[in-house]
Design a binder for this molecule. Structure first.
Ligand SMILES: Cc1ncc(COP(=O)(O)O)c(C=O)c1O
Length: 385
């Protein structure tokens, strides 16, 4: 074909997770520990709110930024949970999942040649967005700092081309969280440099060790902090596609245009489901966390007993043990574990080169599944050691 494709689209790759999923189809008997969504159903009341919206014909386009009732509920949620003030009318946009929110934000702020600092190992969905905008990803290595960004390393990476930093805590793939002190130390660096701080806080409600610390709390940064959130993980609503972006009006008025031309508005029945989630179902993430902590403790305990080096996660539902000592690439390790051990887990290299030497295990599975998966992992390790 002689018609040319945009070279930026040509150069981005199918995600490593997808490539691994394609292999998994050949091993239907494997215990699957790869999934990045809660294993709980969407709460019944949320389902009913979505059904009611459809039955009452609330199925037209909404305001581009989302129904005002939901934006009010989002503002109230952030006020009550984090003491943050956002104006529903000007500072909040409801998006098709956090994914579209991230895409609309970066397409609003990035210019050709800009640099974005991305602490890694990291979720695979970010760098392709930057690259499609003609921006460069500058990785901040966290592989030897227990998966937390080192403030000095951060400062050393900031140049006059740096436009933004993207921070995702609790983190996919490591489950690591930041304390208020750790956020404070990074904020001190960021105060000295006029760049955007984009925070993907999709796992904030799944924090186990006390309250989630958010960069938006730092008053000196708030006029350039853009917070991306949503109900996908907190209320097990990944398929409903509802996320939200909160930020200063001066930025959000431009994000709204990009969002509008991208998608018009988020799914309207989905918005009514999210409204129920954020008003009457705020207790749901806490209930899920009770289960996640039991599973986290179990998986962590088993890995430690097997002699595996692993940082104990305090949020999300992932663990990122080191498999370096087995002397294989993480892709080869995960492939052999799948074929010979009957367990599917995502190779760390799916989370950038900084994830090489690690394996991502999701514990968003029932205890019997986790028990069987870890028994099989143990048997596989004794075979290859
Ligand atoms: C860190 C992170 N951000 C964003 C997303 C996507 O969220 P959503 O389903 O709301 O688009 C995911 C999904 O796995 C994720 O892990």
């Amino acid at each position: 074909m002689s018609i040319s494709i945009n070279p930026r689209a040509q150069s981005i790759q199918i995600s490593g997770i997808r490539q691994f999923f394609n292999q998994m189809a050949n091993y239907p008997e494997a215990i699957n520990l790869t999934v990045g969504q809660p294993d709980f159903p969407t709460p019944e009341e949320v389902k009913q709110a979505g059904i009611r919206a459809i039955e009452e014909n609330r199925t037209n386009y909404s305001h581009n930024a989302g129904i005002i009732e939901l934006r009010d509920a989002i503002a109230n949620f952030f006020k009550d949970s984090y003491g943050l003030t956002y104006e529903a009318a000007t500072d909040i946009i409801v998006t098709n999942g956090a994914s579209e929110g991230l895409d609309s934000v970066f397409r609003t702020i990035l210019e050709e040649g800009d640099e974005v600092i991305l602490p890694a190992p990291t979720y695979a969905g970010y760098a392709p967005i930057f690259e499609l905008c003609g921006a460069k990803t500058v990785y901040l290595d966290m592989s030897d700092t227990e998966f937390r960004p080192d403030p000095e390393r951060l400062e050393a990476l900031i140049t006059d081309r740096t436009k933004a930093i993207l921070l995702n805590f609790p983190s996919n793939p490591t489950g690591v969280t930041l304390s208020a002190e750790q956020v404070g130390a990074l904020a001190e660096v960021l105060e000295r440099h006029e760049i955007f701080i984009v925070t993907d806080e999709i796992y904030s409600e799944n924090t186990f060790n006390g309250q989630h610390a958010t960069f938006a709390k730092h008053a000196s940064l708030k006029d350039r902090t853009i917070l991306v959130h949503g109900v996908s993980k907190s209320h097990s609503m990944t398929g409903w596609r509802i996320g939200f972006v909160l930020g200063p009006e001066a930025v959000m008025q431009h994000v709204l245009k990009v969002h509008q031309y991208n998608t018009v508005c988020a799914s309207v029945p989905g918005q009514y489901g999210a409204l129920e989630a954020l008003t009457n179902q705020r207790h749901i993430p806490g209930e899920m966390n009770g289960e996640y902590v039991k599973r986290r403790d179990y998986v962590y305990g088993r890995l430690v007993t097997m002699g595996i080096d692993v940082v104990k996660p305090e949020g999300a539902f992932y663990m990122f043990p080191s498999i370096e000592k087995f002397g294989m690439s993480s892709f080869d390790f995960a492939s052999r574990l799948l074929k010979e051990g009957g367990v599917a887990a995502v190779p760390g290299s799916a989370f950038t080169a900084y994830g090489e030497g690690f394996l991502r295990i999701s514990y968003a599975y029932s205890m019997p599944v986790l028990e069987q998966g870890l028994d099989r992992l143990e048997a596989f390790l004794s075979k290859i050691s």
